[in-house]
Design a protein around this ligand. Structure first.
Ligand SMILES: *Cc1c(COP(=O)(O)O)cnc(C)c1O
Length: 352
């Protein structure tokens, strides 16, 4: 039996996507060749890249609004550097919201290229909430935030208004809810949390914001270079792009972001209700900032840990351990996670 996979990333993907992907590795499009042994410049693969980037813009409702979708490499971690390279002026400034380790890593890269203003931080409470009511000064080149804090289980529900550019790391909640995505000037996400296998990084960028820095940008770090080559400046991660395409097709067939958001809300509610009503558990994140993707919770009675872990193991639950910096448990309930798996977990919590 397939395990209930609560892993934070790489993580659960739809079963049918895995099946189609495995078939394409043997025989892609009835070519009698594998997806991963044909040229990325072949018509068959170019069609995959086109389909994947079109689906991204369609699902985010950004078609014909001046945005380009790119599939790059280097993970979200390379975007920490590419963003300031492309958007920060020489001796420029950028504003960052510090909501966790990923935000902190992002701003560290920006510091190497210019001045960084930390507008607010929740580090004082081990990042268990999202700071609010901060000011973003108008003279910064851009403002950067992390929409969902994978480790701590917090999520931004409302994004700040800013006159300048709004940049967001959406690695762990992209395609999970409907937002007005046109409020963002640049969005990036590693594929391996809600979209596909590790190895591809999605960047969605508003074309008009590029080419304004006076900085010399190395080719591989230059969004405009990648745009001019349709994400094929160098060999793209063909397998990761293909599987991402399959996941996006799956999502579209399910009804897109509006439909998946409803499911995601129901899934999260089921689990948070149990956490709040069961005296043996408590949530790790501030209630109003709780993530619908990564649910962090703790035992109130540590003596139950061994029994609960054993029950989970016997029920085929995988990847429930909390991140070492938070402890306890973390149920990552991304788009592909069926509500039935969450019910299995909730039943165990009731039984404990
Ligand atoms: C996982 C994660 C990252 C790091 O992604 P890589 O692709 O491993 O570089 C960055 N930001 C967030 C929010 C993440 O969840």
């Amino acid at each position: 039996m397939k395990k209930h996979n609560f892993s934070a990333g790489p993580c659960i993907l739809p079963q049918e996507v895995l099946k189609k992907a495995s078939e394409a590795v043997i025989n892609f499009n009835n070519l009698d060749l594998s997806l991963i042994e044909i040229s990325h410049r072949s018509a068959d693969f170019v069609a995959v890249m086109d389909n994947a980037t079109n689906l991204v813009l369609e699902l985010l409702d950004l078609k014909e609004k001046g945005y380009t979708a790119l599939f790059l490499q280097g993970g979200a971690s390379l975007e920490f550097l590419m963003v300031p390279y492309n958007l920060m002026k020489e001796s420029g400034k950028a504003a960052y919201l510090d909501t966790g380790v990923w935000s902190a890593k992002a701003l560290k890269e920006a510091k190497g290229l210019g001045e960084v203003i930390i507008v607010a931080s929740s580090k004082d409470q081990n990042y268990n909430y999202i700071p609010k009511g901060y000011d973003i000064s108008s003279d910064v080149d851009y403002f950067h935030c992390t929409s969902n804090n994978t480790i701590y289980g917090t999520q931004i529900k409302e994004f700040p208004k800013t006159d300048g550019l709004l940049v967001c790391d959406m690695s762990s909640d992209i395609f999970s809810r409907k937002l007005d995505f046109s409020q963002f000037d640049l969005i990036y996400a590693g594929a391996q949390k809600n979209m596909g296998p590790a190895g591809a990084t999605l960047v969605v960028v508003k074309d008009e914001i590029l080419g304004k820095t006076d900085r010399q940008i190395p080719s591989m770090l230059d969004y405009q270079v990648h745009i001019s080559k349709d994400s094929m400046f160098n060999t793209p991660p063909v397998f990761a792009v293909y599987v991402s395409m399959l996941t996006l097709e799956w999502l579209k067939a399910k009804g897109g972001l509006e439909a998946i958001e409803k499911l995601n809300n129901a899934k999260a509610e089921l689990l948070y209700n149990e956490i709040d009503n069961n005296p043996l558990f408590k949530g790790a994140a501030a209630k109003e900032d709780r993530s619908n993707m990564n649910v962090t919770f703790l035992l109130t009675d540590q003596s139950k840990k061994e029994v609960f872990d054993k029950m989970c193991k016997e029920a085929g639950i995988n990847g429930l351990n909390g991140h070492r910096s938070v402890g306890g448990y973390r149920a990552s309930i991304y788009n592909a996670m069926p509500i039935e798996s969450i019910q299995v977990l909730v039943n165990l919590m009731k039984k404990l």
